[in-house]
Design a protein around this ligand. Sequence first.
Ligand code: ZN
Length: 207
Amino acid sequence: MDRLFKGHMKFREEDFESHRELFKELGRTQKPHTLFIGCSDSRVVPNLITQTHPGELFIVRNVANIVPPYRQTEEYVATTSAIEYAVQALEVDTIVICGHSNCGGCAALNLPPEKLDHLPHVRKWLEVSKEVKGRVDRLMTDDSPEEREWLTEQINILVQMRNLLTYPYIEEKYRKGALNIYGWHYIIETGEIYNFNDAKEVFELVS
Ligand code: ZN
């Protein structure tokens, strides 16, 4: 596709040229400070919304920014191995779980399973968050689709934050204060991020 090749040439001529030293420095090593776990959604661009450079974020993206609970397994596990590498090998000091508005994966959590017959692996993957719907049902104050969407995305973020702590090495570092864990809800149409405040148990606008 022409757009991709032309875009690459523009990168070489502009952004690469203006950050030549940074890329040279990063050529043989990385020391990211943050593991960023976000949705694969094309509208969520981690480096753009945090204004970070190459080398700063170690990024995992999957459908609905999910963290499977810790388990020892012989399966090929992409998200679990990326978490392990970021925390144990790269020693990041921060983990961000970043959900977002209008998330298709989160919307699917509210659908009857047969609606996902044509997406069997997505359906299986979303089972990690199967408790979300019931929790949202109990929290709903009106019957609006907007409230359901917002709550589903935010409760889903909290489930993943809790799942992170099932990883023994994460739990230990978190308990010692060596690891920060943030839950973010990114709103596509406004560019805003709501950060989960642990003490108050609410998402608050970052400002
Ligand atoms: Zn999404």
